[in-house]
Ligand binder design. Structure first.
Ligand SMILES: C[S@@+](CC[C@H](N)C(=O)[O-])C[C@H]1O[C@@H](n2cnc3c(N)ncnc32)[C@H](O)[C@@H]1O
Length: 377
């Protein structure tokens, strides 16, 4: 849980919800409850955005969107991008985070389809960041999708990029130069390394601490890295499809201003409820540089005992009764799908391994791993 201090919080700094009309001067933190098209139409054509970051609807038929023909979708996105570009400040950036449009089981990568639109505005693609996450649906007839993409464009050759703000721990901080004038000296940056362009950041699923009621909110940490690297304090971050305001939380937590647009009243309400504490330095989220949880620490990562026993039965030819005796369980069920299997309890491992005359680590190996180990032993 992270708490960041924002500069001089005060009532006037809180997020203002706007609808239908824009005041002459927009507040530092504003949420437009309505279509982004209307917001942009009402906004004077001036260069005000330092960083635009969004995850638009993907045209997949989520509750907040009406699925349309792909061409129509791209035309709609193109019109919004065309209205945003003239409002981007010199040195500013646009980050468009997208996944795949899936139809009848085949995929159309939205970043590939959208790129020509950005290019037609002479924007310069700096990175195609792969955001990799660990949870999602399991596909049956293709490999399960576990990444989405962030297209990062700049308006100019000269642009804000603060690498030091987003360094992450190096893999080998003790590594030294082995030859040349610096031989023997530490070779890496003591403040950490460039986070590279493949980011492992958990997606916001059921038990994530940031989970609001939105079905596809992006993690604050994902935006945080972009906000820190691509904008300066007090800069203006804009999210045209802001959902429950994750970009606003990251912006406010780091002293940036934020404007967001959202058509759902409920998401606007939740966005305000999340951004306001962030303005006061009380943002609660998972930091961009937090290590991904090592699944091997979970008791669920132990192989179910039934899997192990089945492997041993098949390999060692032990009978059901022998297995039951060996495992000290009154009954062993070896079903086809191993449903209802029990995880191996660590206190049972030595006895079970002894009874089966295998080294204890065998019980935690797959058959293939075991065969490999035996071959190399
Ligand atoms: C993929 S979600 C964005 C989620 C957001 N990144 C978050 O973390 O909560 C897209 C959002 O765009 C909103 N939306 C759809 N059409 C819109 C429009 N024309 N103007 C503004 N918002 C729109 C949807 O209601 C939805 O919440």
């Amino acid at each position: 849980m992270t708490r960041h201090k924002a500069s001089k919080p005060g009532k006037r700094d809180r997020t203002v919800v706007l609808k239908k009309t824009l005041p002459e001067r927009l507040p530092a933190h504003a949420l437009w409850h309505g279509e982004v098209e209307a917001f942009l139409a009402a906004l004077p054509r001036r260069r005000v955005f330092d960083l635009v970051i969004t995850s638009p609807p993907y045209n997949t038929g989520k509750p907040y969107e009406t699925k349309v023909e792909l061409t129509q979708y791209l035309l709609w996105q193109g019109a919004i991008i065309a209205a945003i570009v003239p409002r981007l400040k010199p040195g500013g950036s646009i980050c468009w985070q997208v996944g795949n449009y899936v139809e009848n089981g085949y995929i159309r990568p939205l970043d590939v389809l959208l790129h020509p639109i950005f290019e037609s505005h002479d924007l310069l693609l700096r990175n195609r960041v792969v955001w990799r996450f660990g949870h999602g649906l399991h596909a049956k007839k293709r490999f399960s999708g576990r990444y989405e993409v962030i297209l990062w464009y700049t308006r100019d050759e000269d642009y804000t990029f603060n690498l030091d703000a987003v360094r992450i721990p190096s893999k080998y901080p003790g590594k030294k130069h082995y030859k040349g004038p610096k031989a023997g000296k530490i070779s890496g940056n003591p403040d950490g390394k460039n986070p590279e362009d493949v980011w492992d950041i958990p997606n916001v699923v059921a038990r994530h601490r940031e989970k609001a009621s939105h079905p596809c909110q992006f993690p604050v940490g994902l935006v945080e890295r972009l906000v820190l690297a691509l904008s300066k304090p007090r800069g203006l971050v804009f999210d045209p499809f802001c959902g429950v305001g994750s970009a606003g939380v990251a912006a406010a937590a780091h002293g940036r201003r934020f404007w967001g647009c959202e058509i759902s009243a409920e998401y606007v309400r939740q966005a305000k409820a999340r951004i306001d504490p962030a303005i006061e330095g009380k943002a609660e989220y998972r930091r961009h540089d937090k290590q991904v949880y090592d699944h091997k620490d979970s008791p669920l990562s132990l192989r179910p005992i039934g899997h192990v026993l089945r492997a041993l039965r098949d390999e060692a030819g032990l009978t059901q009764a022998q297995l039951a005796k060996a495992s000290h369980l009154s009954q062993v069920t070896i079903s086809k799908y191993e449903s209802g299997c029990m995880p191996i309890r660590s206190d049972k491992v030595p006895a079970l391994a002894k009874a089966l005359a295998v080294p204890p680590f065998r019980l935690f190996m797959t058959d293939a791993e075991w065969r490999r180990w035996e071959r190399n032993a």
